[in-house]
Design a protein around this ligand. Structure first.
Ligand SMILES: [Zn+2]
Length: 338
């Protein structure tokens, strides 16, 4: 998309997608059917020459980090790989608190931008439709929304204004393996053409972050929150106890800090940390007893608890990658949906 750059006698280009690179990695040596499915995943940079008029915030940018993978497999393995990718998307959305607006089977439309044999298009579309049917998800077909080389499943999300964007995609591609002349040696000793499954679980980091900020209003699931715990001593006298609790929390892998009296009144400190999932308030009584009074971001206040128990409960909830917040009443029952 961008003009080549001349660097040290070589021509360098910015890649507009990761697919060709992964195809070349695959082709860098001979492959046997025993290596398949071969899954190459990358959080990689790609570049689109969008005109300035269509750029928008983090959702439409020229340089993005794509959460992308290409699975090279036999034709018989393709449906299972695509199904597994859909399941992985479901798990990621559950952990991130993202709701899909709809699943779209993006098909070829009219026009000359689509390449390849129409029978192969039909074969790939039928496979993807079968996977969507089996998954029990509601889906609809979108004519003219396919990539130029094949149909795909697009997972659409909507913003506050109900504008839809594609966040995740799964494609079963019979075309690019031929274009890149990819092979594997089959059990019969002869050469076969692999299938490429393109799998992007949360799309570009930029668009995913934009969507998450909007979806959660900055109040991210606890495992994702930039700060997970703020320790709030009521007065200077609890500074040492607060520092110790924050140190313990950090030791458990939590992102924690102390908001002491030097950063304002108690109310002000609590208010300015309102997007942090957990606030551990320590007054004189708590400091003496080795306890914390935990306030949850949603306004709930827990009775004073031993600091160890509270931090352990929060750390376990964070490690489970769930939405919702830990509270003392639900801890010890990890199977319960938050
Ligand atoms: Zn791709």
């Amino acid at each position: 998309m961008y003009p080549p750059m001349e660097v040290g006698g070589e021509e360098v280009v910015l890649r507009p997608s990761l697919c060709p690179h992964h195809a070349l990695l695959y082709r860098s040596r001979g492959r046997s059917y025993r290596e398949l499915p071969l899954r190459l995943a990358e959080l990689g940079g790609q570049y689109r020459s969008e005109l300035s008029g269509v750029l928008g915030g983090l959702t439409r940018v020229r340089a993005m980090q794509l959460n992308d993978a290409h699975i090279f497999c036999t034709p018989d393995q393709a449906a299972a790989e695509a199904r597994a990718a859909l399941e992985m998307i479901r798990q990621a959305y559950a952990a991130l608190g993202i709701e899909s607006a709809r699943y779209r089977l993006s098909l070829r439309g009219r026009g000359s931008k689509y390449v390849g044999d129409p029978r192969i298009w039909d074969q790939a579309a039928a496979m993807l439709a079968g996977i969507l049917d089996d998954s029990g998800l509601a889906w609809e077909a979108g004519e003219g929304e396919a990539a130029f080389y094949g149909p795909k499943i697009d997972v659409q999300v909507a913003d506050a204004a109900e504008r839809e964007a594609t966040l995740s995609t799964v494609q079963v591609d019979f075309y690019q393996p031929a274009q890149f002349d990819l092979h594997y040696t089959g059990a019969d000793g002869s050469r076969h053409r692999p299938v490429m499954v393109h799998r992007s679980i949360v799309g570009s980091m930029e668009r995913a972050v934009a969507h998450l900020i909007e979806r959660h209003g900055g109040a991210f699931p606890d495992w994702l929150a930039p700060e997970q715990l703020v320790v709030v001593p009521v007065s200077d006298a609890q500074d040492q106890a607060a520092t110790e609790v924050a140190r313990q929390a950090t030791g458990l892998g939590l992102r924690a800090r102390v908001a002491g009296p030097d950063s304002g009144t108690l109310n002000r400190r609590i208010r300015s940390s309102r997007l942090v999932p957990y606030q551990a308030v320590i007054g004189e009584r708590e400091a003496t007893a080795g306890q914390v009074a935990v306030r949850l971001r949603d306004g709930r206040r827990l009775p004073p608890l031993a600091a160890d128990a509270a931090l352990g409960g929060i750390a376990a909830h964070v490690a489970a990658h769930r939405t919702g917040l830990w509270d003392a009443a639900t801890s010890g029952r990890p199977g319960r949906p938050a």
